[in-house]
Design a protein around this ligand. Structure first.
Ligand code: EPZ
Length: 424
């Protein structure tokens, strides 16, 4: 197993370029199952989850290859020959996002089997809302031997789907399923994340009528079984990767410019940094964080987009240890997303947990320690803490980081961090 060794308290400065968004790319690759033609996706991040999803497409009978004629991050995908509609346990257990093939496979083939994802480090994460949406579109769902078996022999039918809870993945599955269904689907209480906006836009550009993009009510006119005419496209920048490096600047209290982003996707994050007294400069594709004379404490409540993202909560917790006062973080989306608390405590942080609310004491003197990464964003919080810790921090189980941060060491090294990867 690999681990990262970070030597803290080095001066950081310069610029970081952000990669394509993992959480946008996953549903977009799933959506290619609906395409009648080969297409090129550009700005795909080279991270483990994306490579796993491409492997899943390959297992289903599709194919993919790097398209270096276009760019280093472009991949050509062809799903015309998909002949297998089962996403097996082997792959789903390594990546929950595999559930995103449910909607497109069912819509195109009228059947599929997808291993039921189990719980995970951040909570139970059921998929009941995905299944209910498919049932409302006429699918019959059975759960057998750990597999979701879905059938719709006469194709899916448009329906009114009212989500009981805002769900990113559930909305994505419903959007993809509705695209090839017969008739109109109205999705009420839809998620509004930028990743869903891009998915809807790509499907609209493929000839499907999609209204209400970016709102909580999406209306889709299905093609009644006709495959889509998908165009080449480029994945939007990763707002969570960007936010993580913005926190790196903030925790070190140094100037850093974050390039190749869409600042409009980061409003909630910028607003919290401003509350913490940082000056944040923005132009069309970049954000610069400037140092402050005093890092002020902050109160955060996670919520659906455009609110403060749960995927940025752990990073802000690391940052809050350096504020001048006590901060609070109220995690409202996942019931167990505080695994980083005990690891940060091993580095000297004082964090008190009361249910889903964490109180973080500021002015902490952090020191290097051996710590364990527990999930993707929790791991990035440990990296941030290590940047300002005295001495060496060894972050173990960094496969979590590799799932979602492209070239983390390269990007950190470029701004002056002393970081190296070793094998245990
Ligand atoms: C997506 O997960 C992201 N993953 C997560 O990012 C992110 O934390 C989350 O959205 C919230 O923003 C991807 O995009 C691949 P949800 P998803 O369905 O779609 C409950 C990361 O670190 N729920 O919006 O699985 C659920 O348990 C990851 O990059 C049900 O109850 O999240 C949660 O409490 C981690 N039943 C809430 O809804 C369902 O059927 C929101 O989950 C579905 C969800």
């Amino acid at each position: 197993m690999k681990y990262l060794k970070i030597n803290g308290n080095k001066e950081i400065s310069g610029e970081i370029s952000i990669s394509g968004a993992k959480n946008a790319a996953l549903p977009l690759i799933a959506a290619t199952i609906l395409s009648k033609n080969e297409l090129v996706i550009d700005n795909l991040p080279d991270v483990v989850d994306i490579n796993t999803f491409l492997k899943l497409i390959d297992m289903l009978g599709g194919s993919f290859e790097k398209d270096s004629s276009k760019s280093a991050t472009a991949v050509k995908i062809n799903t015309a020959n998909i002949n297998n509609t089962t996403a097996t346990y082997d792959i789903v257990k390594t990546m929950r996002a595999s559930i995103l093939v449910l909607g497109p496979l069912l819509s195109r083939f009228g059947k599929c089997e997808v291993s039921l994802p189990g719980g995970c480090a951040i909570g139970q994460r059921p998929v009941d809302l995905h299944l209910k949406a498919m049932e409302q579109m006429g699918a019959v769902i059975e759960i057998n031997h750990g597999y979701i078996k879905a059938t719709a022999p006469n194709g899916l039918k448009g329906a009114k789907i009212v989500f009981d809870k805002v769900t990113v993945g559930g909305t994505e599955n419903a959007v993809m399923a509705a695209s090839m269904a017969k008739g109109t689907t109205t999705i009420v209480n839809a998620a509004k994340e930028p990743e869903i906006v891009q998915l809807c836009e790509i499907i609209r550009d493929a000839g499907v009528s999609v209204e209400g993009i970016g709102t909580s009510k999406i209306i889709i006119e299905g093609t009644n079984g006709k495959l889509l005419d998908m165009q080449n496209f480029s994945v939007i920048p990763d707002r969570i990767e960007a936010g993580t490096y913005m926190c790196a600047a903030a925790i070190c209290n140094k100037k850093l410019k974050i390039n190749n982003i869409m600042p409009q996707h980061l409003e909630a994050v910028v607003s919290k940094l401003e509350e913490m007294n940082f000056e944040v400069l923005q132009d069309e594709t970049s954000i610069t964080i400037l140092p402050t004379t005093e890092i002020k404490p902050v109160n955060i409540i996670t919520s659906e987009y455009p609110g403060f993202p749960t995927d940025m909560q752990a990073q802000f917790m690391a940052l809050a240890t350096q504020a001048n006062g006590t901060s609070t973080i109220d995690e409202r989306l996942f019931e167990n997303r505080f695994m980083h608390v005990s690891e940060l405590a091993r580095m000297g942080a004082e964090i008190h947990l009361n249910g889903n609310i964490a109180s973080i004491k500021g002015n902490a003197k952090l020191f290097g320690a051996d710590v364990m990464a527990t999930d993707l964003r929790a791991s990035s919080a440990l990296v941030l803490a290590a940047l300002v810790a005295d001495g060496e921090t060894n972050i173990h189980r960094i496969y979590h980081l590799d799932r979602g941060y492209e070239d983390l060491e390269g990007k950190l090294t470029k701004i002056g961090v002393d970081v190296k990867r070793f094998t245990e």
